[in-house]
Design a protein around this ligand. Structure first.
Ligand SMILES: [Zn+2]
Length: 415
């Protein structure tokens, strides 16, 4: 599973040597030594540098992206506590869809979003359960990737608009891997975190086989042509930590398995470049149902969010340290410790930002309350909300279920 693609030095020696002027300075302390928790910065930075090299081999558009990636995360400023704990304070990201550094930061941001929204989620759907679902289609030539993703998105839309759709909400990410056996073939799939009511597990449970049939119906193909979906329930005892970890997993990769190992021949490079062109304009993330409500339909992660850190209320900044990416050794190293004046300015900026954040925290729409019956601003016709209402008002649930059963026998549910 490790996305360990290290650089292929033969790909673009020119770009790799971008910092040739920083030849051999005295050894600077490394980020991974001063803050072992921040070791992933090095790994993702290495992958990002590899992709930067690949893009420099591409068309004009990709070469421009390569130049942008050169600046991605190049300089990081961390606040450092007395005990040496680090907290990221400023960074610039290229925000390129496939950039491994940005993909990683986005996955962390989604995790952070979940922690932030958790109290509201608990208010709206306290008993909701979650599972990770991966839906795939057979591998396709990379030149058909865009059409395939479009087909998958349409199939998904058909699937969630069916009366029998069992979920309260979802968040979905698109991931593409490059096939190892056949050159030029790719494997697109959807990673989803699905939110369901408790009754899903007791009454409406769908096995992997059921999900395959459901997905096949959306795609308009025979179930046998698809591999069985991967399903993994999130342990309800794990609370927000377990759900947030699953969310991060959903967003873990945009592209995986591109085998950028030093011993490989780089034969996948043209495929990756074409894959990047094909992905242009396709949807990377999709939100639905209650999850969409909670995040107000906001599928994009802002640069501010990409700096997300897990809440550390006791953290007190003592100093500010600046790190830079070393393109030759491919790690982060500390370039300087900020002086008193800059430190004071940054501290003031931090406080201002915290206050602003508190002031702008938009209130969520009112949750449905049992005593209010169907009065709500939300569209109650939506399956997710209807199911949720059932969980809250058992008497009404019984009626709805009865009504639905009657309708089903009338209509022969084929939608
Ligand atoms: Zn980036």
């Amino acid at each position: 599973m490790a996305s360990s693609f290290s650089i292929v030095p033969t790909i673009a020696p020119g770009v790799n040597g971008a910092s040739s002027k920083s030849k051999k300075k005295a050894d600077l302390p490394r980020l991974s030594e001063l803050s072992p928790d921040d070791k992933p910065w090095d790994t993702h930075g290495q992958n990002s540098q590899s992709l930067m090299c690949v893009f420099s081999e591409g068309d004009d558009w990709q070469q421009r992206k390569s130049e942008r990636m050169e600046w991605c995360g190049r300089r990081l400023t961390f606040a450092v506590s007395q005990e040496g704990r680090h907290k990221l304070k400023s960074a610039q990201f290229c925000r390129i869809r496939l950039c491994p550094r940005c993909v990683w930061r986005r996955s962390l941001a989604w995790k952070a979003r979940w922690y932030q929204a958790w109290p509201e989620i608990q208010k709206i759907a306290p008993k909701a359960r979650y599972f990770h679902l991966v839906l795939t289609v057979p591998n396709v030539p990379v030149t058909e990737l865009r059409d395939t993703i479009l087909k998958m998105s349409n199939a998904w839309k058909r699937m969630v608009s069916r009366k029998t759709w069992p979920a309260l909400g979802f968040v979905r990410a698109t991931e593409v891997t490059i096939e190892k056996d056949r050159e030029g073939y790719v494997h697109p799939h959807f990673h989803c975190l699905v939110m369901v009511s408790t009754s899903y597990f007791s009454k409406r449970y769908m096995t992997a086989e059921d999900w395959r049939a459901y997905w096949a119906k959306g795609l308009g193909v025979e179930p046998e042509t698809l591999t069985k979906p991967y399903i993994r329930a999130v342990d309800p005892k794990g609370g927000v930590d377990a759900v947030a970890a699953a969310v991060k997993e959903v967003f873990k990769y945009a592209v995986k398995g591109i085998g950028m190992n030093p011993d490989d021949d780089g034969s996948w490079v043209p495929t990756l470049l074409e894959m990047d062109r094909q992905l242009k304009g396709t949807q990377a993330t999709s939100l639905g149902g209650l999850i969409r409500e909670v995040f107000r339909g906001n599928e994009d992660i802002s640069e501010e969010e990409m700096m997300a850190h897990k809440d550390d209320p006791d953290f007190e900044a003592e100093q500010y340290w600046e790190y830079v990416w070393n393109f030759v050794d491919r790690w982060y190293e500390r370039s300087r410790i900020l002086g008193a004046e800059e430190t004071a300015a940054l501290k003031a900026k931090d406080e201002e930002r915290d206050q602003k954040k508190a002031a702008h925290a938009a209130p969520l729409p009112e949750p449905i309350r049992a005593d209010e019956g169907t009065r709500t601003d939300w569209d109650l016709n939506r399956t997710g909300l209807r199911l949720m209402a059932e969980d809250l008002v058992p008497e009404r649930a019984k009626k709805t279920r009865k009504r639905r059963a009657e309708r089903r026998s009338e209509l022969d549910d084929s939608s």
